[in-house]
Design a protein around this ligand. Sequence first.
Ligand code: GTP
Ligand code: MG
Length: 252
Amino acid sequence: MSQLELTDIFSVDRQGKPTMKIVLFGPPLSGKTSMLTVFNALRRMENPDTIVSSLQKIQDISGRTVFFDQGVFQTPPFKGKKFDRLRYQLWTIPGEERHKVQRDIVMKGVDGVILFLNFENIAKQMNEEIIKGAKDQIGEKFGKKVPVVAFINKSDLAENERIDKREIIQNMIEEGAILSDKAANHVMTGSCLNARNDLVEILNSPNRDEYFDDNNRLTVDKRPDSVWLIVRPIQKLTQLVVEQRIEIVQDS
Ligand SMILES: Nc1nc2c(ncn2[C@@H]2O[C@H](COP(=O)(O)OP(=O)(O)OP(=O)(O)O)[C@@H](O)[C@H]2O)c(=O)[nH]1
Ligand SMILES: [Mg+2]
């Protein structure tokens, strides 16, 4: 087979650029908007050229999402290679049930889903409902043509305040989001709060120069672990979507 181009496996946006649409699908107050805000801040610190359009948030005055948040980013140029960069559209759904109708619009043309769950004890039922809600919304493509990973946010909470990760894994398997043998690396955990705090600490550090290069960009090997944890679900999902698309192209 001749060499695959990104445009063979992804839809193109209005500017003709190959684009992957990822939706953060999660219950109310799980931290979806926080995740996008931290990700946007990270891109700005590491390489502002990778921000295609600035982050949009459609919220009420208390900061609750009433429609969606959306940001478009792209991978940095691949050194020495001439093919197009991949764009990422990152969207969130509004978590509150009363905004359910907006989800149809947000989910249109989705390539992959991050079930963005909440570690808080009180969110147990909401997590279960959202996994089921995502499955109902996506239908038979759920976990198949539309790959799914899970991220459980707020890992900074004390153990007695947290739900059991194994219950989430079990629930995901029952709903067909993941296969049992792949469960462990498809369900990730982390804390947007820690990631945000670690980035702020770097910005305010008296040793700022240790973190930034001559162009005033945060060097990737200085990324705090907390930040790697919140980037991981996007990387994992990208890998799954690419693998799945290549299979489709090769089969056709
Ligand atoms: N402890 C803790 N709190 C967090 C974390 N991430 C977000 N929060 C808090 O959780 C609350 C909700 O965060 P949002 O980002 O607005 O949640 P959302 O999922 O966008 O909520 P909706 O827009 O209503 O669906 C805020 O008070 C955040 O500060 C985290 O990692 N740990
Ligand atoms: Mg929100």
